[in-house]
Design a protein around this ligand. Structure first.
Ligand SMILES: CC(C)(COP(=O)(O)OP(=O)(O)OC[C@H]1O[C@@H](n2cnc3c(N)ncnc32)[C@H](O)[C@@H]1OP(=O)(O)O)[C@@H](O)C(=O)NCCC(=O)NCCS
Length: 177
């Protein structure tokens, strides 16, 4: 099972709900700079945000969970973290933070906590993530969270806000021996 929540020093990770639509749209989903290296296009309206949430909620929580990052102090939405378990022994993840919260160590704090949980589960041996080779901030978060760069995946993902052609991505992972 993927946990219902995670807690870090500054954040609570809890499952996304339909009631988060306005907060997601207003804080990051329409921001072109936030969306630069991700697989989705900036949302043009609240309906697109709602459709995204409905897809998240409809996905079985054994396979994937999308968590909202909310401040422990102010309870407001700061970003999102998706954790996927399509194969039982390994996880992969994706994450996004509203621009006003960048550069304060919040995603490193989050990823480190999730990875520590993952590698304490007897059935999980690997947690991985990929990022565009130009996404220096994300690569840095992964490295600061103890992930090891395994190589470059050629023509791996389309990041539609940069190009319609699939791009090179770094593959990162932490594993349990
Ligand atoms: C990537 C992202 C999650 C980082 O979150 P964050 O909480 O700001 O990250 P942290 O503060 O924990 O660490 C960021 C590190 O990257 C560095 N960094 C960020 N952008 C950088 C850039 N353009 N060039 C060089 N270093 C950069 C920071 O200096 C920091 O490293 P440091 O602590 O050694 O100084 C955030 O920028 C974001 O949401 N980006 C848009 C969505 C995205 O790209 N998601 C990942 C898809 S794979």
């Amino acid at each position: 099972m993927l946990p219902d929540t995670f807690r870090t020093t500054r954040l609570l990770l809890r499952p996304v709900v339909v009631g988060d639509a306005n907060a997601i749209f207003d804080t990051y989903a329409q921001d072109e700079e936030v969306a630069r290296y991700v697989i989705w296009r900036p949302h043009r309206n609240r309906e697109e945000t709602l459709a995204y949430i409905e897809r998240c909620v409809a996905t079985p929580s054994t396979v994937e969970r999308t968590y909202m990052l909310v401040g422990n102090d102010d309870h407001t939405v700061r970003g999102a973290f998706a954790l996927r378990r399509r194969v039982p022994h390994r996880l992969d993840c994706g994450y996004v933070l509203a621009r006003r919260w960048w550069g304060q160590g919040l995603m490193t704090e989050t990823l480190s906590e999730v990875a520590a949980w993952a590698l304490h589960q007897p059935s999980i041996f690997r947690i991985g993530a990929v990022c565009d080779v130009d996404n220096i901030g994300s690569a840095r978060v992964l490295e600061k969270s103890g992930f090891v760069r395994e190589g470059v995946l050629q023509r791996w993902l389309v990041h539609p806000n940069i190009s319609d052609e699939p791009r090179e991505c770094y593959s990162y992972a932490r594993v349990r021996r």
